[in-house]
Design a protein. Structure first.
Length: 119
């Protein structure tokens, strides 16, 4: 199983970015998919998660600015980030809890994508 993230980059404060993360491999089903981030010198923190039923949870710091969605047919999760602030600068990691075709339930991480918000 692999999670491939994309969409990071450099953006000015107030700008927008959209991250994508596609899961591939021997996947039977995916329960939660989400995004975490880690800024230099800080612990990795939850940004947003979405369940297979569409329930969403956001970190307080991103509520009203970020929106998480998923395409179950494509095993892909998206993070639309608007009104970006310098404090959103971090490496963003996608994450999934999934059941493989061999009926192993486990947690997987993507490789991380850098988001830099700076003028």
């Amino acid at each position: 199983v692999q999670l491939q993230a994309s969409g990071g980059g450099l953006v000015q404060p107030g700008g927008s970015l959209r991250l994508s993360c596609a899961a591939s491999g021997s996947i039977f089903s995916i329960s939660t998919m989400g995004w975490y981030r880690q800024a230099p010198g800080k612990q990795r923190e939850l940004v947003a998660i979405v369940t297979s039923a569409g329930m969403r949870k956001y970190a307080d710091s991103v509520k009203g600015r970020f929106s998480i969605s998923r395409d179950n047919a494509k095993n892909t999760v998206y993070l639309q980030m608007n009104s970006l602030k310098p404090e959103d600068t971090a490496v963003y990691y996608c994450n999934a809890n999934l059941l493989t075709t061999t009926r192993t339930y486990d947690n997987y991480w993507g490789q991380g994508t850098q988001v830099t918000v700076s003028s």
